[in-house]
Design a binder for this molecule. Structure first.
Ligand code: ADP
Length: 381
């Protein structure tokens, strides 16, 4: 039995179609991260599971029970928000026990639940303090503790780390993954941050404009994005997208041409959705663009000039201006191609060099934005 099931969930806000026929099955104990750009419907989806928003049609089933019309308090869920929403006049212990007190649970039960949550979250020394005496990370742990004390069947997290600085976010990511391993509860986590999705999720749900674009494990989605949207959303720097014209398309494959780079063929692909004259997109991840030092490497290469170089120590990210047109992600101000080198590079602003890619590493997307290249192997972990 799935832990949470969404069946054809539709949600309209006064004339705005926020969720479009969402079908999703989340297994017991899974850590599912819903990710997508701001406004794609992530929070709305989470709130409909929590019962804080009603839906227009469809069903929400938690542990086999249809909860579509149930009140939030009856659904067996606990939600942790971006703003910790702690009561400033209450101690940490009182904040964590609040839900149980409201449910009129006996004091001994509340004390035991608070103690256990404090142990799990390493807050035992802080129980008598008030929220303003705590750091941001500790406050967020108290908010999580308040959820844990209620022993929910499902935890819902709405961008819980957004208010924390970068170092704390990294630490809390590790802690949340550890918490999930320890509790074994179903967790549904919403974020716009693809790094949080990649690092914490068992499965990622990519949302866009109220629709599910793709569902899968982080590495599956990274290796085999279903379309340009998913390809561009997961991975930083983003995948490079080159606008190509289909010169020929037949049973052997396609030949593709673009300004400022050599034409090349892609074989072993399904050409049924392509014809000569179409505009298609070739996608190359930054780590698959290489600096080409010599001729005859077999790479498809073209010249570029470095506009920005990020020397990060163990890696270098070069942003280059080059002639081939990018279909979507040219980050103005940083050059239109991103190249990630796993070494220190002497290249700096203004350096001219040739960059190139192996056709086997490239993705081909059709005029409709859907992936055409066959699936690439995923390293299973
Ligand atoms: P996300 O969490 O992905 O940023 P939301 O779920 O908050 O997105 O919002 C999805 C869309 O629904 C947005 O376009 C937003 O403006 C709209 N929306 C959210 N809440 C309301 C509301 N109460 N009334 C009208 N429109 C809303």
């Amino acid at each position: 039995m799935s832990s949470v099931e969404l069946r054809k969930v539709d949600k309209h806000y006064a004339g705005y179609h926020a969720l479009k026929t969402i079908d999703l099955q989340i297994e017991k104990g899974e850590f599912v991260v819903m990710v997508g750009p701001s406004g794609c419907g992530k929070s709305t989806l989470l709130k409909t599971i929590a019962g804080l928003e009603s839906i227009n049609s469809g069903q929400i089933v938690i542990n086999g029970r249809d909860v579509t019309r149930e009140e939030p308090g009856d659904r067996g869920i606990a939600m942790v928000f971006q703003s910790y929403a702690l009561y400033p006049h209450m101690t940490v212990a009182e904040n964590m026990g609040f839900g149980l007190r409201m449910a009129n649970r006996p004091k001994a039960e509340i004390d035991a639940a608070v103690k256990r949550a404090a142990q799990i979250l390493r807050l035992e020394e802080q129980l008598a303090k008030r929220p303003k005496q705590l750091s941001g990370g500790q406050r967020q742990r108290v908010a999580i503790g308040r959820a844990i004390t209620r022993s929910p069947e499902v935890f819902l997290f709405d961008e819980p780390l957004s208010n924390l600085d970068a170092a704390l976010r990294t630490q809390m990511r590790v802690e949340l993954s550890g918490l999930h391993a320890q509790l074994g509860s179903t967790m549904i986590y919403v974020t716009h941050d693809q790094v949080e999705a990649m690092t914490m999720a068992d499965r990622i749900v990519v949302l866009n404009k109220g629709q599910v674009e793709q569902v899968g494990s982080p590495l599956e989605l990274y290796a085999n994005p279903a379309n340009i949207f998913v390809a561009g959303f997961l991975g930083a720097p983003r995948m490079n997208f080159i606008e190509m014209t289909v010169e020929t398309a037949d049973a052997t494959g396609v030949t593709l041409a673009a300004t400022g780079m050599p034409a090349f063929a892609m074989t072993g692909i399904d050409v049924s959705r392509l014809s000569a004259g179409d505009t298609a997109t070739v996608g190359v991840r930054p780590e698959h663009l290489h600096v080409v030092e010599a001729e005859g490497t077999g790479l498809i290469s073209f010249p570029g000039q470095v506009r920005l170089a990020e020397h990060l120590g163990r890696e270098t990210v070069l942003y280059l201006d080059a002639s081939p047109l990018q279909t979507t992600n040219s980050d103005s101000g940083t050059g239109n191609f991103a190249v990630q080198l796993n070494k220190i590079s002497p290249a700096g602003i203004g350096t001219r060099l040739n960059i190139g890619f192996d056709i086997g590493d490239a993705y081909l997307f059709g005029p409709d934005g859907q992936t055409i290249t066959p699936k690439k192997p995923v390293i299973s972990i």
